[in-house]
Design a protein around this ligand. Sequence first.
Ligand code: ARG
Length: 459
Amino acid sequence: MSKLWGGRFTKKTDQLVEEYTASITFDKELAEEDVQGSLAHVAMLGKCGILPQEDVEKIQEGLHRILQRIRRGEVEYSIADEDIHMNIEKMLIEDIGPVGGKLHTGRSRNDQVATDMHLYLRKRVVEIVGLLHKLQEALIEQAKANVETIVPGYTHLQRAQPISFAHHMMAYVSMFQRDIERLQDSYKRINVLPLGAGALAGTTFPIDRRYVAELLGFDGVYENSLDAVSDRDFIVEFLAAAALIMTHLSRLCEELILWMSTEFQFIELDDAFCTGSSIMPQKKNPDVAELVRGKTGRVYGHLIGLLTTLKGLPLAYNKDMQEDKEGMFDTVRTLQGALQLMAPMIATMKVNADRMRAAVYQDFSNATDIADYLVNKGIPFRQAHEIIGKIVLYCIQNNKYLLDLELAEFNQFSKLFDEKIYDVLQPMNVVNARNVYGGTATNQVRDAIARAESMLAAT
Ligand code: ARG
């Protein structure tokens, strides 16, 4: 059989053109969705009396047979048939005869491909939200085990104030929660049906778009046929959400890599998630974390790629839009691959609580608290800051930390210091002093964990 659109042509397509324009090598990933959309479309054609019921049944049976063959990996796609839509239609006609040619009544590949993309992304978004929940669970478990694990908190990667390690884990839970909400919000725009828009202007057949939407589980149909076939915003939104998820994963991975270094030794990633060196026998490398960080770049690339593809396109469909697929498929694979590994990697991570605790005794991260101590005695904060700065300088010059100072030494800087300062300076007290909603005090962190757990339980 020749091209499905061969009628007005007098010459064969150039071989290189065929290869250049074909999308079957990658859009075969939409096979399930393509059949699913066609089944609903033909059911509607029957219901609206556009096709006789016996034709509808033949087409449906044929489509089911093709789907089984696809699932069993028995079909061979052909470049000459360009894309998944025409490959499947051709198979249908081969299977049930010319009646198969009635499937495309009242439909165009333009609204068909858009429908497939909506069906595809809808499924993937649900899966990705599920994976994000799994990662949140792993982070929460680590948080629960480490509420009392005190660790330096950093700004500028310089020791700033001690915090609960659980608080640090819960920061990522919050980030991933926003990611989940972004995906859930984008779902509203993904779950809208373009089918029925025809090539661009609608169709002359008395179709029922809402019936198709209902069959496919869409919440509504596109308002405008031109927009329906040329809109790829929903993919851009997905790529943007994915880019931000990768940003968050990458930041987490950067921290894991840093914390696993000999310089930090705050954590150890499980052997199952690390690899060795072909030359240095002592090495245990956090390759997974590095690759997640590294793969963030390609997801950003796909976002910018699609935005750039779309920016100059006149309405409605243009072949350029075929370029929406590979980046989306690769993003889904990259994101799912990363998330599938991150959850167990976090769950099996060993936290070196002793090392973390020891670290906060070897820094000045309790300095803010003596400033606050003087403020509580009535000294203006700016002046307290100056006094403590001098104390820190004195310590550095004398090779001491704040807890090493005698009360007499404190009193050289201010008479307001008394024995209570030694309590104030204890790292655990420093942490617990930050007893505000969202702060690092252990009771606040416990509350935050409880809130996150009940939120997860409600999903
Ligand atoms: N393979 C095409 C794509 O992915 C399907 C739509 C083609 N429509 C057309 N009129 N050429 O965009």
